[in-house]
Structures are given as structure tokens and as C-alpha cells.
Ligand binder design. Structure first.
Ligand SMILES: *[C@@H]1O[C@H](CO)[C@@H](O)[C@H](O)[C@H]1NC(C)=O
Ligand SMILES: *[C@@H]1O[C@H](CO)[C@@H](O)[C@H](O)[C@H]1NC(C)=O
Ligand SMILES: [Zn+2]
Length: 371
């Protein structure tokens, strides 16, 4: 398909009529996908001083341009989280706008994740981002995000579900997170995640394990950030101890061939984020040597995702075009990986089938008998 005009249809996510624009995204952080304009607007309304006055200046401050470290990357959240955290309108607005942005990118189904605690200012200890104590609890944060997402779904005609994140460095929040997953599992929350700096806190804390055990018991789906910068042992632990059904990133799984073969055999889904993996320093900045190439060659089960488009100044289009340009992905492979993504999503079985069928239809592939 290389060089044929039709080839670029996949990347022409802009034409509304084009069926191949239908994609699925499974790994993207709500608080890493806020519009810069929204941050500026909210800061102005709340009289919060920012070191920049325009979108362009603010972008310069927030964006990671050169490969950094995961720890440095996580520091970027300090630049703006205090603006939106604790603010009801801001939280609902960013969820709503997120759906609009994804619809524009051609995404038809997205699972967006966040830590409710990091957006709250009461019933969270410690209160994050140096906020003063207020009256917005993690529970209400989830309620507001659900509202924003479902209003977005109705307005932009795509499906958006959410995943609630435990944080590696805050094990004391994890039981709360799983309780929120249970409470809101019929209002759009489909799974639990474990996020944060895995380079500093990679051993399975008993509090995280307990929360994941409860998730298993209650039929809450599970994904875990692992093997992004942490070693393969963290991936192993995510699978064996936390009973993860999907792995966030997982590049370093390749360092343990026994584990890798085992996960290939059991169809483990890897949520891969090419642009992110370069800018967080997780992978060799030379995309032609990227671990995804190995996963692809071995016909692994994976998706392509943005992770934090605000901080990487990226879109899903950039991840796809990167995979095409430097890793040799073809349009057929994009279709196949999106079908795998849909099959690995955390929707209830019936809705999942509908999604998979929609993709088959959009890709003109007819319905697979295997499915
Ligand atoms: C962000 O990306 C856009 C388009 O891809 C580019 O024009 C702009 O210069 C980038 N901004 C920064 C601060 O890197
Ligand atoms: C990916 O995982 C899903 C869910 O388990 C499964 O339905 C699908 O067949 C898998 N794909 C591959 C290529 O293993
Ligand atoms: Zn992530």
C-alpha cells in the first residue's frame, strides 16, 4: 500500500465520510489530555496566576519536546493540575471536551483514565497540588467526569468509558479507588488501573494487591502500568499478583523471554504508546528500533495510544503516522490492531461485539467467523 493515495486514507482522520477513520483508544489519561485553552480559562476565572498568558506560551511550558525521564515527565503535571483540581466546572468541562477531541480524531470508542484523588480537595490525604481543603471529594470527581463524558457521548456520537487509577506512591488511596469502581460500574467506569512513577515504587504494595483482589472478586476489569520503565518483573507481578488483563506499555516484557512467550500464548493485550515511550525516555528514541516492532512481528495483541497528548503535543494521528513511517505498519495492520483493541476493551460482552462488528463493517472486512 506504500505510496498509494488510498494508503493515506487511514491518516486522513479528518474526512468525516471515511470509514477507516474508526479507531479505538484504550490508554489515555484525562489529566494528560486537557486543552491548554481550558487551563488558561479556568486559571483566569479562579484568579490563579500562571507563568504564561497565551496558549502558545503555556504549551511551551507544559510540553515535553525532547526525550526526558518518566520522573521529569510526571513533574509536568505540576504546571497545571492545581488549576483544574478541586473545580467542578473545570472537571466536567475537560471530560466533555476530551470526547469532542477524540471524536475529531476519528476515535469511535475510548477508555480514558485518571486518578479521582488527584482532582479532589477533600477526603484525600494528603490533599494534592498544595490545594487548600475544599469540598470536592474523589467520589464527586468521578460523578462529574461521568457526566462530562456522557454529555460528550451524546453530543459527539462516540462511546467513552473510564478507568480509575490507583497511584504507585499512594497505596492508601487504592481501596477507595476500587470502591469507586464498584459504585460507578454502571455509570461508565469499566476498570481499575495502577499508574504513577514505576521507576520509584515498583514492588507490589499490599494495599494495591488488596484493591486488585477486590476488583477480581467484584468483576471489575484490571489494567496495570508496567514494564514501561520498570523491569519485566513488574509486568510479571502485574499479571501474577494483580491479575491484570491488560498491560499499560509493557515494552520491557521483552527482557524476560519466558514471560514474553507466556503472555503471547495467553493473548495478553499491551497498550502501546509510541510517541509517549520516546518522550518519557522509556524506549530508544530511534523508532526504527522500537520494541513495538518485535510485538508486531510476533503477532502480539496490542493497541496504539496517545497516553498524554497534552504533554506530548500529540494526537492519535501522530502515533499512527509514527508507526507507519518508522515501524512499517500498513493499513491492514492498523485495521487488525484496532480489531484487537476492540476485542480487548472492557465493555460488557454484548457492547464489545457491537463495537467489533462496527469496525469490521467500517473496514469492509465482513464479519469474521472466528468471532
Ligand atoms: C505542537 O505541534 C504542532 C503541530 O504538530 C506544532 O506546530 C507546534 O510547534 C508544537 N508546539 C510545540 C511547543 O512544540
Ligand atoms: C486479543 O485479546 C482479545 C481479548 O482476549 C482476543 O479476543 C483477541 O483474539 C486477541 N487477539 C490476538 C491477536 O491475540
Ligand atoms: Zn499511561
Amino acid at each position: 500500500l506504500e505510496g498509494e493515495p488510498g494508503h493515506f486514507i487511514f491518516f486522513g482522520l479528518f474526512t468525516t465520510c471515511c470509514p477507516i477513520m474508526c479507531t479505538v483508544e484504550l490508554h489515555v489519561h484525562l489529566d494528560g489530555a486537557i486543552r491548554v485553552q481550558t487551563i488558561l480559562d479556568v486559571a483566569k476565572r479562579r484568579n490563579i496566576h500562571l507563568p504564561a498568558n497565551t496558549v502558545e506560551e503555556m504549551r511551551q511550558i507544559i510540553i515535553v519536546q525532547q526525550p526526558a525521564t518518566l520522573t521529569m515527565f510526571l513533574g509536568k503535571f505540576e504546571e497545571y493540575m492545581h488549576v483544574v483540581a478541586g473545580d467542578r466546572d473545570a472537571i466536567k468541562r475537560m471530560a466533555y471536551e476530551f470526547v469532542e477531541d477524540k471524536a475529531k480524531e476519528g476515535v469511535i470508542y475510548v477508555e480514558v483514565r485518571y486518578s479521582p484523588h488527584l482532582l479532589a480537595n477533600t477526603k484525600v490525604d494528603p490533599i494534592p497540588w498544595n490545594q487548600r481543603e475544599g469540598d470536592l471529594s474523589p467520589d464527586e470527581v468521578v460523578h462529574l467526569v461521568n457526566e462530562g463524558l456522557s454529555e460528550g457521548e451524546r453530543a459527539f456520537k462516540i462511546k467513552a468509558r473510564s478507568i480509575l487509577c490507583c497511584m504507585r506512591h499512594m497505596p492508601s488511596w487504592s481501596m477507595d479507588v476500587v470502591e469507586l469502581c464498584k459504585k460507578y460500574q454502571h455509570e461508565g467506569v469499566v476498570a481499575i488501573d495502577l499508574a504513577g512513577d514505576e521507576s520509584l515504587n515498583c514492588e507490589a504494595n499490599p494495599e494495591h494487591s488488596k484493591a486488585y483482589e477486590e476488583a477480581v472478586r467484584c468483576g471489575i476489569h484490571r489494567t496495570v502500568h508496567a514494564g514501561e520503565v520498570s523491569p519485566a518483573s513488574v509486568v510479571k507481578e502485574a499479571v501474577d499478583v494483580l491479575k491484570a488483563e491488560r498491560i499499560g506499555h509493557g515494552y520491557r516484557t521483552l527482557e524476560d523471554q519466558v514471560l514474553y512467550k507466556k503472555l503471547l500464548a495467553q493473548n495478553m493485550h499491551f497498550e502501546m504508546c509510541p510517541v509517549s515511550s520516546k518522550l518519557t525516555g522509556a524506549c530508544d528514541p530511534d523508532f526504527t528500533k522500537h520494541p513495538i516492532i518485535t510485538f508486531r512481528k510476533d503477532k502480539a495483541n496490542y493497541s496504539l495510544n496517545t497516553d498524554d497528548p497534552l504533554i506530548f503535543n500529540s494526537t492519535l494521528h501522530l502515533d499512527y503516522s509514527t508507526a507507519h513511517k518508522y515501524m512499517g505498519f500498513t493499513e491492514e495492520e492498523f485495521k487488525r490492531l484496532n480489531i484487537n483493541s476492540a476485542e480487548s476493551c472492557f465493555l460488557p460482552e454484548k457492547e464489545k461485539k457491537e463495537l467489533v462488528n462496527r469496525l469490521y463493517e467500517a473496514y469492509g472486512m465482513g464479519c469474521s467467523t472466528a468471532f
